[in-house]
Design a protein around this ligand. Structure first.
Ligand code: AGP
Length: 615
C-alpha cells in the first residue's frame, strides 16, 4: 500500500527520496510524488503509475530544481479518490506553502472538509489527505509553530494516519505523526530520515526509532525530537535493524519472488534453529509465554489471519488438532471482526501475518485482547504493530520479503506451526515417542528435500509452458494438503491473473465437476501413503472422464500415474503430514513460471499491495 519517505541532510535529496521510494515499491501503488525544499520554496512533482514516470517528470523539470535540502516522498495506493495526478501526494494547503504525505484513512474527513471549506479553504482533490494539509496550515497560521500545529490538527483526526509535513516558512524541518499506521525515524549523522517502513532507510542507516500511536516527531538534519500528544518529551530507544541492504537486492535472480522461493531451505533452517536440533530433545519454544500447566488444560485456540497467512493457519489447525487434540478454529480476520465470537480469557488467540501490519488482523487481535485472551503473534516483522500487541511473539526470521506474493514467509509460517503443534503435544504427552522422533527427523531433512526440487526446475517450467494458455484451473487435494491447493491456486491468481480455485477433491462431484471439460485443467496433490491417496486418484479419474487435462503433484513412483495424468510434477518422498511444507515449492514455481511466461509483472501484480493497512 502507500509508502512514505522523508529526508533532511547533506546528501542529494531527490536521489535519497527515489531510493527510499524504490525500496517501498514492492508494497504496490498507483501514483507517486515528492515535495522538496529548494531555494526557499516547496516544489512538488507528481506522476501517475510507476516511479520511472516520476523520475522522468523530475528530469523534465530539472532546470527549475537547484539545490534541495530536504524533502518528502510518497507512493499512493488509491483509497479515497481515483488514481490521478490531482489525487497523488504530496498535498498542499490553499496557498501552497505546506506539503503533506499520508498513509492511512481519515474517517471524519468529510465533516472536516465541509468545515474547512466554510473557512475559505480551496480543495483540489478528492482525497481525505488534503484535509490534513488545510487543517495544519490553518493551525500553523494561528500558532506559528509547525510541531504544535501538527499536534493540534491530529487531535481532530479520526482513523489511521502516518503523516509527514513540511512548511515553506520552517526550513528543513519535517514533522511526522502517527496513529494506527507505522512510522519510523532513520537516525544518521548530519542527516535524518523518516519513513513508513524500514526498507526506505536501510541503504543509509540501520539505526531506527519507532514512533508509537499519538507521538509526534520533529526531524531536522542534526536532531530528532519526539513528543506525545500533549507535548511532553518522550525518550525513545534507538534500535538497530537486523537486516543488511543486500536483503533488498535480487542477487542475480530475475525477480524477488524467484529469489525468495530459492531462499526457503535456508529460511527453514533458520526457523528450526535453536528450537529443534536433536530428535531426542523436546522442542524449545520459549517464545510461548504461557505456563506449561495452563497449556495442558488449554482446550480452545482461534487462529486469525488473511490471504496466504490464512492458508498457513489451516495447516496449523490440522496439526494442532492432530498432534495435541486441542480444538482450533481458523477465521479470516475480516470475518472475525464483524461477528459475536466466543473468544474469552481461556482462548489462546493466534494472529498470523507476514507483515504484522494487516489492518483486519490488527483489529481482530485488539478485539481478542479486549476479551482478555492470550495473544500469540506469528510474524515476519517483530518490529510491526501486531508484534507490539503480542503477549507471546514467534518471529519467523524469514528475512525481508519483497515480492508481493508471499512465498518464504508461508513456508516459515508452516514450520512455526509444526514446532508449535509438536511443542503442545509434548506438553500434553499426546504423541507416541517413536512417531515424534520420526517427525523431527523428517523436519530436519526438509530443507535438503526442498533443495532437491529447487536444483532442477526444468520439468516445472515445461509444465508452465504447456499450461500457460489455459484461463481456468482447479487444484484439488484432501486433508492436510487442502490448504496447499488453496495456496497454490492463490499464487497463480495473484501473479498471472488466471482464475484458479483450490477445492476439496471430494467436493468436486458436488458441483464444480459441472465446469470440467478440456478447457479446465485439474491439478491433483497426491501423497502416497496418505489417508485419501486412492480417493484423490478416483476424483482425478472422474475429472479425466470429463476430458479435463490432469496434472499430478506427487511423490508417487507408481507407473500408472503417468498413464492417468497428462503431466506429472515429482517431489521427493515425504510423509503426508509434512508434505505441505514441500508441495508449496513446486506450486509457487508453477505460478511463477506461468506468470513469467505470460510476461506479467511478477513482483508487483496489479491491484495488490504487500501489506494491506486499510480494512
Ligand atoms: C500473499 O501472497 C498475498 N499477497 C496476501 O494474501 C497476504 O498474504 C495477505 O494480505 C496477508 O498479509 P499478511 O500476512 O502480511 O498479514
Amino acid at each position: 500500500m502507500c509508502g512514505i519517505v522523508g529526508y533532511t541532510g547533506y546528501r542529494k535529496v531527490i536521489e535519497v527520496l527515489f531510493n527510499g521510494l524504490t525500496n517501498l515499491e514492492y508494497r504496490g501503488y498507483d501514483s507517486a510524488g515528492i515535495a522538496v525544499r529548494d531555494e526557499n520554496e516547496i516544489k512538488i512533482y507528481k506522476s501517475l503509475g510507476k516511479l520511472i514516470n516520476l523520475k522522468n517528470e523530475v528530469e523534465r523539470c530539472k532546470s527549475q530544481i537547484k539545490n534541495p535540502t530536504s524533502g518528502i516522498g510518497h507512493i499512493r495506493w488509491a483509497t479515497h479518490g481515483s488514481p490521478s495526478l490531482i489525487n497523488a501526494h504530496p498535498h498542499t494547503c490553499s496557498c501552497g506553502k505546506l506539503a503533506v504525505v499520508h498513509n492511512g484513512i481519515i474517517e471524519n474527513y468529510k465533516a472536516l472538509r465541509e468545515e474547512l471549506i466554510q473557512q475559505g479553504c480551496v480543495f483540489r482533490s478528492q482525497t481525505d489527505t488534503e484535509t490534513i494539509a488545510h487543517l495544519v496550515a490553518l493551525e500553523y497560521s494561528k500558532v506559528k509553530d509547525l510541531e504544535e500545529a501538527v499536534r493540534n490538527s491530529v487531535k481532530r483526526l479520526q482513523g489511521a494516519y502516518a503523516i509527514c509535513v513540511m512548511h515553506k516558512d520552517v526550513p528543513d524541518v519535517i514533522v511526522g505523526a502517527r496513529k494506527h499506521a507505522p512510522m519510523l525515524i532513520g537516525v544518521g549523522e548530519g542527516e535524518n530520515f523518516i519513513a513508513s517502513d524500514t526498507p526506505a532507510v536501510i541503504e543509509y542507516t540501520k539505526k531506527t526509532i519507532y514512533l508509537e500511536d499519538n507521538e509526534i516527531a520533529l526531524v531536522t538534519k542534526n536532531n530528532v525530537k519526539i513528543t506525545d500528544i500533549n507535548g511532553n518529551i518522550v525518550n525513545k530507544k534507538v534500535e538497530v535493524l537486523p537486516w543488511e541492504p543486500v536483503a533488498l537486492s535480487k542477487l542475480g535472480y530475475k525477480h524477488f519472488m524467484l529469489k525468495e522461493i530459492h531462499e526457503q531451505p535456508d529460511v527453514i533452517r533458520n526457523v528450526l534453529n535453536g528450537k529443534l536440533y536433536d530428535i531426542d530433545e523436546a522442542i524449545k519454544l520459549n517464545e510461548v509465554k504461557i505456563d506449561k500447566e495452563k497449556l495442558k488444560d488449554l482446550n480452545k485456540i482461534e487462529i486469525i489471519a488473511c490471504g496466504t497467512s490464512l492458508n498457513a493457519a489451516l495447516v496449523g489447525k490440522y496439526l494442532i488438532e492432530d498432534f495435541a487434540g486441542i480444538s482450533v478454529e481458523v477465521e479470516a480476520s475480516s470475518e472475525y471482526i464483524y461477528r459475536k465470537t466466543t473468544t474469552n480469557s481461556s482462548t489462546l488467540v493466534i494472529g498470523v501475518s507476514q507483515s504484522g501490519e494487516t489492518a483486519d488482523t490488527i483489529t481482530a487481535i485488539k478485539q481478542a485482547k479486549e476479551k482478555k485472551s492470550h495473544v500469540l503473534i506469528i510474524t515476519n516483522r517483530p518490529d510491526s504493530n501486531m508484534a507490539r500487541l503480542a503477549d507471546s511473539l514467534i518471529p519467523l526470521n524469514a528475512g525481508i520479503e519483497v515480492s508481493v506474493a508471499a512465498t518464504k514467509s508461508y513456508s516459515a509460517q508452516l514450520i512455526s506451526f509444526y514446532l508449535l503443534a509438536i511443542y503442545l503435544a509434548e506438553i500434553k504427552n499426546s504423541l507416541n515417542k517413536e512417531y515424534l522422533k520420526n517427525l523431527k527427523h523428517e523436519l530436519i531433512q526438509l530443507p535438503t528435500k526442498m533443495e532437491e526440487i529447487l536444483s532442477n526446475t526444468s520439468n516445472i517450467q515445461e509444465c508452465a509452458r504447456k499450461f500457460s494458455s489455459y484461463k481456468n484451473f482447479i487444484y484439488i487435494a484432501r486433508g492436510i494438503n487442502l490448504s496447499s491447493a488453496y495456496e497454490g491456486a492463490l499464487k497463480l491468481k495473484e501473479i498471472s491473473y488466471i482464475n484458479a480455485t483450490g477445492y476439496p477433491a471430494g467436493e468436486l462431484k458436488h458441483g464444480p465437476i459441472a465446469m470440467l471439460d478440456e478447457t479446465m485443467p485439474v491439478l491433483s496433490i497426491l501423497i502416497p501413503g496418505g489417508i485419501c491417496y486412492e480417493k484423490i486418484l478416483s476424483n482425478s479419474e472422474e475429472a479425466k472422464a470429463r476430458n479435463a487435462k490432469l496434472i499430478a503433484l506427487t511423490s508417487s513412483e507408481d507407473e500408472n500415474i503417468k498413464n492417468l495424468f497428462d503431466f506429472v510434477i515429482k517431489i521427493p518422498s515425504i510423509s503426508e503430514i509434512l508434505s505441505p511444507a514441500l508441495t508449496c515449492v513446486p506450486l509457487q514455481l508453477l505460478a511463477y513460471y506461468i506468470a513469467e511466461f505470460l510476461g506479467k509483472d511478477v513482483d508487483q501484480p496489479r491491484n495488490l499491495a504487500k501489506s494491506v493497512t486499510v480494512e
